[in-house]
Design a protein around this ligand. Structure first.
Ligand SMILES: NC(=O)C1=CN([C@@H]2O[C@H](COP(=O)(O)OP(=O)(O)OC[C@H]3O[C@@H](n4cnc5c(N)ncnc54)[C@H](OP(=O)(O)O)[C@@H]3O)[C@@H](O)[C@H]2O)C=CC1
Ligand SMILES: CC(C)CCC[C@@H](C)[C@H]1CC[C@H]2C3=C(CC[C@]12C)[C@@]1(C)CCC(=O)[C@@H](C)[C@@H]1CC3
Length: 338
């Protein structure tokens, strides 16, 4: 049976560009586009079929921000496939982003300017919401939903005869100071995105510790700054188009301005080609684009430690038990729960 690859958030941006690149790499894969909006998923499938007419592309309804949807989708995946070689945990949100233009202007004249453009440290805040499961939306979508999905797909991922890979689309915006073990959902702060991405770095390390012996290997990547629906939510697309020459100029100084989804998907595509066992669990794999426009992948050590990742894992397990129990109770007696 051909390799099975599942990509969450596959209908646009980096996820869609990754699918295109994977099909160009290996036309035999069975690709599963896991999306919350089936119309957008169908449009993505049609677009991929234009250049890969014989490709095997299936659609899966999956809202990673909803526990019910995750459990249903995982059951469906286990019925459809008897293997899962690559699970790309890519779907992500950054709701209501606000740019601190004063900090941006100040940063332009500081020695930290390159770091500021690469990580957006001190530049961005977001306003989070509570979802239907009673969880913070950014945490639920970017981290927790994917965690539950991995746990549900364990039987497919853990196979004695071959390795499988979990690949998280993290970010260079992930920052230790934005994350707290006392507040893993980031209820109290204004940087839920940064917190959720740092948590995904920690979780990947913990997953490696738990699953490597069963043939499952987890890695994280940063796609760089890419023009997608996510960045069009920060500043309007016409503004980004207007300042594109400035962006190309900045790219000469920081190769993290990958800008196109194709370039941003570089590290995701590179990991597809690697032997899972050879990857470094402490590294984040960065998609980079040089001033001349050539793409490459570079591993960089992450600012994470084992104890913290283990403590987060334990908290996620506890929360998972709680949310599952609540969901079961609601299903048993829907009237009592409104
Ligand atoms: N763009 C950038 O500069 C960077 C992006 N990233 C990360 O890359 C990943 C992809 O984002 P990007 O391509 O930029 O942005 P897009 O908004 O284009 O893609 C995000 C994808 O995630 C999907 N998604 C969002 N919420 C859910 C959900 N609850 N269930 C299922 N799917 C969902 C979206 O679906 P829908 O179309 O229905 O909204 C969309 O397909 C994210 O994790 C993001 O954090 C990291 C660093 C930089
Ligand atoms: C380049 C300009 C003249 C003005 C743009 C200023 C800011 C809006 C950008 C500067 C660095 C950018 C950045 C991101 C968003 C837009 C900026 C803050 C991200 C946070 C987007 C999502 C990610 O995950 C990060 C990797 C990006 C880091 C850089």
């Amino acid at each position: 049976m051909n390799k099975v690859v599942l990509v969450t958030g596959a209908n646009s941006g980096i996820g869609l560009a990754l699918c295109e690149r994977l099909l160009s790499q290996d036309s035999q894969i069975q690709l599963c586009l896991a999306c919350r909006n089936m119309q957008r998923a169908a449009a993505a499938r049609s677009a991929l079929l234009v250049s890969h007419s014989d490709a095997q592309i299936a659609l899966l309804h999956l809202d990673v921000g909803s526990i019910r949807s995750i459990l249903k989708a995982a059951t469906e995946v286990k019925q459809r496939y008897n293997r899962l070689d690559y699970l790309y945990l890519n779907a992500g949100i950054m709701p209501n982003p606000q740019v601190d233009f004063k900090a941006l202007f100040k940063g332009l004249f500081s020695s930290n300017v390159i770091h500021m453009f690469a990580t957006a440290e001190g530049l961005l805040t977001q306003q989070d919401n509570v979802n239907a499961d009673g969880l913070q939306e950014v945490f639920a979508t970017n981290l927790f939903g994917h965690f539950v999905l991995v746990r549900e797909l364990e039987p497919l991922l853990c196979q004695p005869d071959r390795a499988s890979q979990l690949i998280w689309t993290s970010s260079s915006n992930a920052r230790r100071s934005a994350f707290s073990l006392e507040d893993i959902q980031h209820l109290k702060g204004a940087e839920p995105y940064s917190s959720s991405k740092y948590a995904s770095d920690l979780l990947s390390l913990a997953l490696n510790r738990r699953y490597n012996s069963q043939g499952v290997f987890s890695s994280v990547i940063c796609p760089g700054l890419v023009m997608t629906n996510l960045t069009y939510g920060i500043l309007p697309s016409f503004f980004w188009t207007l300042i594109m020459p400035v962006m190309w100029l900045i790219r000469v100084f920081t190769n993290t301005f990958t800008l196109t989804p194709y370039n941003g998907a570089e590290a995701l595509n590179w990991l597809f080609l690697q032997k899972a066992e050879s990857l470094d669990p402490h590294a984040k794999y960065h998609s980079l684009t040089s001033g001349f426009g050539s793409n490459y992948t570079q591993p960089r050590k992450m600012d994470i430690d084992e104890d913290m990742s283990e403590a987060l894992y334990e908290q996620l397990l506890q929360l998972e038990r709680k949310v599952r129990k609540k969901t079961e109770e609601e299903e048993e007696d829907p009237l009592a729960h409104g």
